[in-house]
Design a protein around this ligand. Sequence first.
Ligand code: CP3
Length: 344
Amino acid sequence: MSEKLILRALKGETLPVPPIWMMRQAGRYLPEYRATRAQAGDFLSLCYNPELAAEVTLQPIRRYGFDAAILFADILLLPQALGADLWFVTGEGPRLSTITTQAEFDALKPVEAVHDTLSPVYETIRILKRDLPTDTTLIGFAGAPWTVATYMVAGRGTKDQGPAHALKAENRPVFEAIIDRLTEGTIEYLSAQVEAGAEVVKLFDSWAGSLKGQDFDDFCLTPAKRIIAELKARHPGLPIIAFPREAGDRYIGFAKATGADCVALDNSVSAQWAAANVQVDGCVQGNLASSHMVTGGEALVRETREIVEAFSKGPHIFNLGHGITPDADPENVALMIETVRAAR
Ligand code: CP3
């Protein structure tokens, strides 16, 4: 059997047509997702139900034939496994018990304990290994320490990550202890995902863009480098995608500095710029604005073609610049895939 397209791109091969998958491809824009979520009861029950989590992972593969499936779970399951309370408020998003003091940090569980909570996620992966088409790559994932810490410190999503920046300034030892515990927990979590059957892992640093200067090095780049080095030591040859979202200029050299095989790009950088400055070091993923999945039409087709063309001289995995939103039209996803696959 010939090697899967995504794995070839991650090894640095320039393919005639880029393989494609989509962030949040299992999600509320799909009626079949909404039905399975209702069956599970709520979002977290869905994450921890291996049969149903595998079912929603498979739905976009059946509907669209994407080249990769991404495990259905959430980046906030890890803080929950470390002992934080986690719940989702409908229409608003996640809520967590906050960790801002030494005493609250000390009450967290040790990293070895995370598997007690997360074992259903590994079971989801084992089901997917059995049920996915043989040419579909299975991607596991975790949040990067900084992004996960922003939720643990604030107890919710924030526009500017203010509470995490404040803790970093006011109680650096506690902030660094949180980052270290998350770095070690992420290594254990991703390593267990690989043992269960994930073929690629992706590290989501969705709030990397709010780290500037030395902070970017200390809290985005260095933890990513540690996680990647340890995963590659444990699982030689494991391909890893890093997503330091809105890193801007700091996308340059990020793969080399961290050891990532691929850098995922958000749509605040142009494909032309990224081809010249980031793809020169290896595979890139991205970066169509997810708003095109709402608006569709000629603009979607034009922008999709431009991205495929801009990245055509090097290894590229087509994706959105961020997750698809609940108001997206499933027809526009089909149009994007058709355009990518007919592009050359
Ligand atoms: O991409 C996929 O399809 C895989 C599954 C996945 C989810 N979340 C499912 C989800 C992945 C990879 C994530 C990552 C994630 N989760 C991130 C990083 C990526 C990003 O989007 O920046 C973050 C910051 C989270 C935390 C999180 N989870 C928030 C802020 C929210 C609420 C916002 C929202 O969209 O409602 C979630 C909920 C969530 N995670 C949903 C899904 C499908 C929607 C929940 C629902 O069905 O009600």
